[in-house]
Design a protein around this ligand. Structure first.
Ligand code: AMP
Ligand code: MG
Length: 438
């Protein structure tokens, strides 16, 4: 531990000696920093991909009343036999219950979703009936219960329909609507900014000069955020210049999350760490043992960005945050992702995604994992866990494209990631768990 006076104008990050840490450690440190944002009510139409802020229970059974599964005739099964005749006594469409009553030898014309009249215990499909004016003759035998959708057979009253922290999907929205909910209480809305750094970058649509490349990470990171239910508030490009970076970061940290791509490695043009330090950022992580993605950075910046001179002393900072962790809205979580697109992709999924999801109130922060048969043998003889990009098809995982961090085409063809720990050898046809993201 360095003994340095708290009055010295030295920002926190300069005092920390960064070691390369494991993925598990990085994830743990990031997640213990994140507190869920305050919950809010949203109209059902805006709830897709939000996370329920409390458990929801069925106030109504589904179906809410016995109803017909077919267009046909409501009958008393025990009074029916093949070739028998029934007398039509009325009609019940879907809609208000006409309170009809069916007796032996009688039938009520009925339509899909209509309440089953009292006395009836079966529906005969209209295709199985021949109609003669006000009578029908049955072309089939009839069993009690046929084509009747029983009250509560799908969902019982009081049954849990949505758990706290669960993602609201299209079918969840429909289920909530079926229960009469117009609004849902969901986790807070995380806001995010994206900055892509690099003198070589050009915005798609503009003309490229020799040595320049199109900025693809802005699109990548916006799309990945979108997949977490967050639309990026701002997406900007910034040159490799400390001053411009500082200004862009000042704008970006007005959000809960700032994602910076590029400039986090060890070259002279990698200025993100310094620019963050200039703003009094607390760099918590720099470099994680993961391939691709090692230069990954994670830090926190107070949103009212004090200048280094006026920044509070280390002791003041510690007192302010003692025991409280991250107070939502007062600090921005900053993720510095390596510029190579595959590294940005992998580190987003492994580190940014879980943090953003926790902020929004999700309880399951993991990517879905599915078992797959390995198409080829693979060994990791490197010094970091390796995420292999591959294609999962019909239960078989096959690596695809160049397994290098710049290889964007290969990534675009992949739909699954296989994590191989250091020193592990996997054989062809072995069953492995792979992560999927779309
Ligand atoms: P850096 O992390 O800044 O050292 O960049 C590493 C590699 O990623 C370099 O080849 C960069 O040109 C490339 N790169 C950085 N940012 C982007 C971006 N936004 N889009 C595409 N490639 C990028
Ligand atoms: Mg760069």
């Amino acid at each position: 531990m360095l003994a340095i006076s708290s009055e010295l104008p030295i920002v926190d990050c300069q005092l920390i000696r960064f070691g390369v840490i494991s993925e598990e450690e990085a994830r743990r440190r990031i997640l213990e920093t994140v507190r869920p944002l305050d919950k809010r009510a949203v109209p059902l139409a805006g709830a897709l991909n939000c996370f329920a802020a409390h458990d929801y229970f069925a106030g109504l059974p589904l179906p809410a009343f016995d109803n017909s599964a077919m267009d046909g005739y409501a009958v008393v099964a025990s009074s029916c036999r093949k070739d028998g005749q029934l007398r039509l006594i009325g009609e019940q469409p879907a809609g208000p219950d006409r309170k009809l009553r069916v007796g032996d030898g009688e039938a009520v014309r009925i339509f899909t979703g209509a309440p089953v009249p009292q006395g009836a215990d079966a529906i005969v499909m209209q295709e199985d009936v021949t109609r003669h004016g006000t009578d029908i003759s049955l072309n089939v035998d009839v069993e009690a219960g046929e084509f009747v959708r029983r009250r509560g057979c799908d969902l019982a009253e009081g049954q849990m329909i949505l758990a706290r922290g669960e993602r609201i999907r299209a079918a969840t929205v429909a289920l909530l609507a079926s229960q009469g909910f117009a609004n849902v209480i969901v986790g807070g809305k995380a806001t995010a900014a994206v900055i892509s750094t690099g003198d070589e970058l050009v915005k798609p649509g503009e003309e490229l000069q020799a040595g320049q490349i199109y900025d693809s990470n802005s699109a990548l990171l916006s799309a990945l955020l979108h997949g977490c239910g967050v639309s990026a508030a701002t997406v900007e490009h910034c040159r490799d210049d400390r001053q411009s970076l500082g200004n862009a970061i000042k704008r970006g940290i007005k959000n809960h999350v700032l994602i910076i791509s590029g400039g986090v490695s060890v070259g002279e043009h990698d200025l993100v760490k310094e620019a963050l330090c200039d703003l009094g950022a607390k760099i918590e992580i720099w470099r994680v043992a993961v391939k691709p993605g090692k230069p990954f950075l994670f830090g926190r910046v107070e949103q009212d960005t004090p200048s280094p001179k006026s920044s509070p002393s280390r002791r003041e900072r510690r007192t302010r945050s003692a025991g409280e962790g991250f107070v939502s809205g007062s600090e921005c979580l900053v993720f510095g992702l390596p510029g190579n697109p595959v590294s940005a992709f992998v580190t987003f999924l492994q580190f940014v995604r879980p943090a953003v999801l926790r902020m929004m109130g999700a309880t399951n922060l993991d990517l879905p994992q599915v078992p797959a048969k390995l198409g080829v043998g693979l060994t990791n003889d490197g010094d970091r866990p390796h995420y292999i990009r591959g294609r999962l098809e019909h239960g078989k995982f096959t690596p695809i494209g160049r397994q290098e961090s710049h290889a964007l085409f290969g990534l675009s063809q992949a739909n699954a990631l296989l994590r191989i720990p250091v020193g592990e050898s996997l054989k062809t046809d072995e069953i492995v768990d792979v992560q999927i993201w779309d």
